[in-house]
Write a protein that binds this ligand. Structure first.
Ligand SMILES: [Zn+2]
Length: 380
């Protein structure tokens, strides 16, 4: 970047008479002040041509920055109020990037001189105090004249001035991006969709097709959907069906939840308690969850896998508890064989009461018999 930085006492500040941008005779004056701060107002001589050109530049880049800002706000608002997929994050990020790019272009076009008369304004106040002022002059000759007339010093180091602006802009852009992402995250919730059926299912949200979820035969960690928290009507169908097979109105919590379209699976909630060696370990509890199509499960740490055998805890903590959610295989198998809901409800109730392995087996065999299945049909 071309230019020169001049520092002078305010009392002795004496500006050259020529245009500060191009050096030709000045016909008008341009007021410059510190951006975003109070301080002295300096009236800089300027020719008519430069004045007009400067106004055009300023207006063009102001429009660009405003357009970027509007785009960013609109993207942010859309992200907050409308049901969106993950792509929305990218849209919002683009809005913020547009804003940042517009602002950068705006400021750097002012700072990076392409020659006399192009950078605008031709004089900028870098810093000021009660007694002195530091000016950045785009035209070096004009700046040298200013220093000579005002008894001031010239400083060649203009890099710092530019760096500070760049850091400020980058910080603003990052902040904008962060705000957009955090507001999006706050407004949306993670819903896991476990499709235990044998065919791909189309998930419907509020009467609209949303996403196809592949069958999950072996209870692998299911896909996650980001859905705006609040009341929604969830539904499912096979991929090409014109309407959902079921409609379930639920309040999607801002925390975690699980949607099991068509109640094709059952689940265990497993609690694991970790203790340090000098604290006696308590046994965790395993609970067979009552069957439902939608589960609010804010506290689950491990989805569709057992909690690890050991965890790291801080030196002050006596231990830790983790909650895992896994498929209830006995029950899910019987769902696959088309068992009645009442039998499945009895099975989960029986599993909930049971403590010994033999009792779990009894629960399963009773349910299997009630569904008219012999033992070899099912699997533990
Ligand atoms: Zn001029």
């Amino acid at each position: 970047m071309r230019g020169i930085v001049v520092s002078s006492e305010l009392e002795r500040l004496h500006l050259p008479r020529d245009c500060a941008a191009c050096g030709s005779p000045a016909t008008t004056r341009l007021l410059v002040s510190r951006r975003f701060r109070s301080g002295p107002l300096v009236s800089v001589p300027c020719c008519g041509d430069c004045w007009l050109r400067g106004r055009r530049w300023s207006r063009k880049f102001t429009n660009l920055a405003v357009a970027g800002l509007v785009a960013s706000v609109v993207a942010g608002a859309v992200g907050f109020f409308v049901e969106l997929r993950f792509l929305a994050v990218i849209a919002i990020a683009s809005g913020a990037a547009a804003l940042a790019a517009g602002t950068l272009l705006y400021l750097f076009s002012r700072l990076a001189a392409g020659g006399p008369g192009q950078a605008w304004p031709p004089v900028q106040i870098v810093s000021s105090s009660q007694a002195s002022v530091v000016l950045f002059c785009v035209a070096e000759k004009w700046g040298n004249d200013l220093a000579a007339l005002s008894g001031g010093k010239t400083l060649q180091d203009v890099g710092r001035f530019r760096r500070l602006s760049a850091v400020g802009i980058a910080a603003c852009a990052l902040l904008g991006l962060l705000v957009a992402l955090v507001s999006w995250r706050e407004a949306h919730a993670l819903v896991r969709v476990d499709n235990a059926s044998k065919v791909p299912l189309m998930i419907w949200i509020d009467g609209r097709r949303y996403q196809v979820i592949a069958p999950n035969a072996d209870g692998a960690p299911p896909p996650e959907l980001w859905i705006r928290a609040g009341r929604h009507e969830l539904g499912y169908s096979e991929a090409d069906e014109p309407t959902p097979r079921s409609r379930l109105v639920v309040g999607v919590p801002t925390t975690q939840s699980l949607y099991n379209p068509g109640r094709t699976a059952c689940y265990w909630r497993l609690e694991t308690v970790y203790a340090k060696s000098w604290f006696p370990a308590k046994a965790g509890t395993d609970i067979a969850l009552e069957r439902s199509e939608f589960y609010r499960l804010p506290e689950v740490d491990d989805w569709f896998r057992q909690s690890p055998a050991s965890v790291q805890v801080s030196s002050t903590s006596p231990g830790e508890k983790r909650v895992a959610l896994i498929r209830n295989k006995d029950c899910t198998t019987l769902v696959g064989f088309g068992c009645r809901e009442s039998v499945l409800d009895e099975l989960t109730a029986c599993q909930k009461q049971a403590t010994a392995e033999a009792r779990f087996q009894e629960c399963f065999e009773t349910a299997a018999a009630a569904c008219g299945l012999t033992r070899k049909d099912g699997s533990k």
